[in-house]
Write a protein that binds this ligand. Structure first.
Ligand SMILES: Nc1ncnc2c1ncn2[C@@H]1O[C@H](COP(=O)(O)OP(=O)(O)OP(=O)(O)O)[C@@H](O)[C@H]1O
Length: 285
């Protein structure tokens, strides 16, 4: 009962976000973007330049705990070490009264989750594969910096001008860094979550397998009268793509690294284009 009261108190009173139009230092809050595990993310405007930014505030209930400023400082370390046009830039960090804020560039546009579920866009196998290639290149860039994202999911990819932008580096970790807090101890997790959270390229590759399936399922309509089946039964994929997803999901020998997967993806795409050309030539005869 006491625990329930504390949760209610934290959620509704202590962690209540700042209201729109509140001035925080050089910024004015426009709206809340979301409340994550350690922080509250706001869309805000820099009052002098009028640039839109994301402000990430440590939840007041987590101030001074290992899940609060420590995680925020780590996210700052991660973002400030990256320099890529499709990844948010760390702009500054500051304190306002008792609150700690991180400022990053705002990337505008719908997430792939919104496009697939709210706008119900349908992408075929080939478009999915081309899109996955673009996302794979972003992940390869991170891995080259020694960084594992650990949360590559459709809500964390913004889609704008036919280009994916990767956000949410709250769980990202450099290979070899010490854990920032106790939940980094993977032994407490289920084996599936361990696969997702391992600080190794395999965890992002595993997440990319699930990501791929979300794209491919966009064209699938379930039959209400039939029981749910596995993705291998429900989706009619070309054998090469089927095999690739099995390897990403570690059901078959996994890829050593993202480069190996990208090479496989490229040969799949080349083969796909050849088949299409052959089909067109046949129709033309
Ligand atoms: N740089 C950014 N540009 C645009 N939108 C962003 C940016 N960073 C975060 N967002 C949006 O703000 C929301 C909240 O961001 P946050 O980083 O707190 O992620 P979260 O997924 O909600 O939390 P967590 O990963 O801690 O569980 C996200 O859903 C995302 O849509």
């Amino acid at each position: 009962m006491w625990d329930q009261f504390i949760t209610w108190w934290n959620d509704t009173i202590r962690d209540r976000p700042y209201r729109p139009n509140t001035k925080i230092g050089d910024y004015r809050i426009l709206n809340v973007l979301g409340i994550g595990s350690y922080g509250i993310a706001y869309l805000a405007i820099h009052t002098q330049t009028e640039n839109h930014v994301v402000l990430k505030q440590v939840k007041p209930s987590l101030r001074g705990t290992p899940k609060g400023e420590v995680m925020q400082a780590y996210e700052q370390k991660v973002l400030s070490s990256l320099s890529h046009p499709q990844i948010p830039k760390w702009l500054s960090s500051f304190r306002y009264r008792k609150d700690s804020f991180l400022v990053m560039s705002y990337l505008e546009g719908p997430t792939l989750e919104e496009l697939l579920f709210d706008h119900q866009i349908v992408v075929d196998e080939q478009i999915s594969a081309r899109l996955m290639r673009q996302i794979g290149e972003l992940v390869a860039y991170l891995h080259n910096q020694g960084l594992i994202h650990r949360d590559v999911r459709i809500p964390n990819v913004i889609w704008q001008n036919n280009t994916p932008f990767l956000i949410d580096f709250g769980l990202a970790r450099f290979v070899g860094d010490n854990p920032t807090y106790s939940a980094d101890d993977l032994s407490v997790y289920s084996s599936e979550k361990q696969l997702k959270r391992e600080v190794a390229p395999s965890s992002d590759l595993y997440a990319l397998g699930h990501f791929f399936l979300f794209m491919l399922y966009s064209g699938y309509t379930a039959n209400e009268h039939e029981p749910e089946r596995s993705w291998e039964e429900e989706l009619s994929l070309t054998p090469a793509l089927h095999q690739m997803i099995r390897r990403l999901l570690q059901l078959d020998p996994r890829y050593d690294d993202v480069q190996e997967w990208l090479i496989d993806l490229d040969s799949y795409l080349v083969r796909f284009d050849q088949l299409k050309q052959e089909e067109r030539a046949e129709h033309a005869q």
